[in-house]
Design a binder for this molecule. Structure first.
Ligand SMILES: [Zn+2]
Length: 401
């Protein structure tokens, strides 16, 4: 068995350890031995902090212009309007570089920053049909050795308001998408029951997970969250359903959000937030306290929705902490958990973490501890996939593609 030895890794608990990897997994982790004659070929991590690779829990590989020409942001006519933004996106995409090329740019950005597991939503509607799904499935295949990617069949133009979409979503799941998406059942399709009937129906038919975009605000958003939680419990899908954004949870009182948190946790529904700059967003600490799995993603990176995004989940942890008013150590730990272990739990990843038996997908970086990593966001990182170096200084190595 081919073994790789790493020396002097600082672990999240502060201990310094040596570890051995075989067949892409950790087979031994022990306190640093500091022997005069380390095993030949051993890699000395020199006390760098070693963390499991980050989890990019929500991204759009098909719609980013990262690496393409700059696309100036077009403002909505009368405040934020999902439908209008989708129309801008369609117009922009017609002039964009080939999708596979843009998706690869974005993937390598994420891997370079240390994410080796990802969930991407991929647009499915009557206009684009299976085009986006087929392209991104092919990109996923090409990058299989580098990063684990889950794909969500995402009804960007609604389901009921875009006839034929339910059939296309079914086709996308058949082709290889892992999850069924949804989009603002109330404000977009104006039919919460009808929309969720399709989503939960297809999930059951194909054995797929669910990840719904929910931008609806206030009590309307809360109502939809309660509906999704109730259906999750009724269909026995605990642990397989995610609500992305759930802005409504950011608009309600602390009492109401604590109550909602209990209901969400009880249904085993996870919440994804990217801590957006211009919206109230879910109260991360309160939801975690209620037992909810809260995780994160970059969401849009340089696309028709906003010009921001850098594919760096450690920077996302920093934003989540900053926007949440996290100052204490336990809060900074929570911000880190959101982009790592909680993400792995929400995505149902097998073998995540720095532990014997876990997959040796990790990041080495210069920080004293997790707390400093969250506040300082050190960019000098080396990324290892199955114990093999795949990226350094933000760049994916030429031999790893
Ligand atoms: Zn999204």
């Amino acid at each position: 068995m081919n073994q790789t030895h790493f020396l002097n890794a600082k672990l999240a608990d502060g201990t310094v350890a040596d570890f051995t990897i075989a067949d892409g997994r950790f087979i031994a982790i022990a306190p640093a031995a500091n022997t005069v004659t380390p095993p030949s070929g051993a890699i000395d991590l020199a006390g760098q902090l070693v963390l499991p690779a980050f989890v990019e829990g929500h991204i759009h590989l098909d719609t980013s212009f990262y690496g393409d020409v700059w696309r100036p942001h077009i403002p909505c006519t009368n405040g934020f309007d999902v439908r209008e933004r989708v129309a801008f996106q369609m117009r922009n995409l017609e002039q964009a570089a080939p999708m596979a090329e843009r998706a690869r740019n974005q993937l390598e950005l994420c891997v370079g920053n240390g994410s080796l597991a990802m969930r991407s939503h991929v647009m499915v509607d009557a206009t684009v049909g299976m085009k986006h799904v087929e392209t991104i499935l092919a990109v996923r295949e090409k990058y299989r050795d580098l990063i684990d990617i889950q794909l969500v069949a995402f009804p960007q133009s609604g389901i009921l308001s875009s006839p034929g979409t339910a059939e296309l979503l079914d086709e996308a799941l058949k082709l290889g998408c892992d999850l069924i998406g949804g989009l603002d059942p109330a404000s977009f399709d104006r039919d919460v029951k009808g929309h969720l009937d399709v989503v939960f129906g297809l999930a059951e038919k194909r054995g797929a997970g669910i990840d719904i975009h929910l931008h609806d605000r206030g009590t309307l958003g809360l109502f939809e969250i309660e509906e999704i939680a109730a259906r999750t419990t009724a269909s026995g899908m605990q642990g397989k359903v995610v609500i992305s954004h759930a802005y409504g949870l950011g608009d309600i009182s602390a009492d109401a959000s604590a109550k909602a948190g209990e209901r969400i946790a009880g249904a085993g529904v996870a919440i994804m937030t990217n801590a957006p700059g211009d919206h109230p967003f879910p109260p991360v600490a309160a939801l975690r306290k209620a037992g909810v799995t809260v995780f994160a993603g970059s969401d849009n990176i340089r696309d028709s929705w906003w010009p921001y995004g850098d594919g760096d989940m450690l920077n996302r942890a920093n934003m989540i902490g900053y926007r949440s008013g996290f100052y204490e150590d336990w809060e900074l730990e929570a911000a880190y958990d959101v982009v790592s272990h909680a993400g792995a739990k929400a995505l149902g990843l097998e073998g995540y973490g720095i532990a014997v038996g876990a997959k040796a997908d990790f990041v080495a970086l210069k920080a004293e501890h997790v707390l400093e990593a969250v506040v300082a966001v050190p960019k000098d990182r080396t990324v290892y996939r199955a114990g093999r170096e795949v990226a350094r200084g933000g760049k994916v190595g030429p031999k790893t593609r």
